[in-house]
Design a protein around this ligand. Sequence first.
Ligand code: GTR
Length: 391
Amino acid sequence: MKKIFLLAGACGMLSCLAAEPRNVPELMTTAKGEKVASVEQWEKVRAPELLATFTREVYGRRVVERPPQLSFERAEPDEVMMDGKALRKRIRVNYGGKYGKGTFVFTAFIPRQARPAPAFVLICNRKAADNIDPTRARKSDFWPAERIVERGYAAIAFWNGDIAPDWNTGNREGVFACFEAPGARKGTHLWGTLSAWAWGASRVMDWIETEPLLDAKHVGVVGHSRGGKTALVAGVYDTRFAMSCSNDSGCGGAKLNHMDLPDSEHIARIVRVFPYWFAQNFIEWANLEEKLPFDQHQFVALLAPRLVAIASASEDAWAGPEGEYWSGRLASPAWELYGKKGLVSDGFPGADKPLQEGCISYHMRTGKHNLTSYDWDRYLDFADRHGWRGE
Ligand code: GTR
């Protein structure tokens, strides 16, 4: 792959090798070659064009959004927990389609306060019993639910594997099996598993809209790694999410493919190991990064004018921190169309120097590939900053 690097200032291990992306596909030029100069042109022409591209080439076409057969019930009685600070709800989502029925249970810890609480929905891609334990006997920094509640937000979580297993089942399991005829995927660009997990987050959102203790206008969706890719997908395909938090999402998430970051994951590798995460068309783009006519800054831009938080970790070269940062930078013109600021920054920041001035937050935490309370605190700060607690 051709390397066109610009050496930037020598500050910090990653930034002294900092590259600037080159030959990145245009964000603000339509397929017909017109410059996008208004919100109307963006919303009517350019954004739909990009959404169609990402649906066809990367994440796949969903065969269902909110299914007609959808209901919620209490999986367990509500319980006051966390020393009286939270009301726990365990909700079972039941859904059905032409080919079968599905169900999953999620947990919500809602702060006991007078006004409806803003919320964060975690798409948990790690072992549920250890990381999103509804009894709180096991606590994990991956989902610091007590801390989230203490800061005035509801902590909601579900396990991605309950929506669709994280392996290639064709369409024999999970949500796919309810809505697709057996064998229907051949030669199509139907949704991959990332899109299916994001669909699960939207069903949780369906419930949030029915729950008077929650403020459905201020709900963020959070995910780490494969979940971080999913959090972007969730926000792009469901505009009810007011914030998408994409933690260490890398290739297929926030990382720009056009940046040649040799230690990071590339398309050839991700589609070899995880072909089922994506539309089958994405496989064809292996080793063609330089020729890709689209890139992830355009996908991030589809979240405008809502809030986006992109996070990296300093020892997570596999996810490509600079590539994650740059998709935020290059997505920013979409926010500017709305008279807002995107990612306000004059260069790739060092570790633990969060950038939160505009509507795109970026931070790189010192440490390894992980979601920690440091990251959560940045997401909560960002929501506070935008008045989510109504103060
Ligand atoms: C890796 C994969 C990454 C990332 C990660 C994870 O194996 O290459 O794209 O998603 O898994 O989800 O932890």
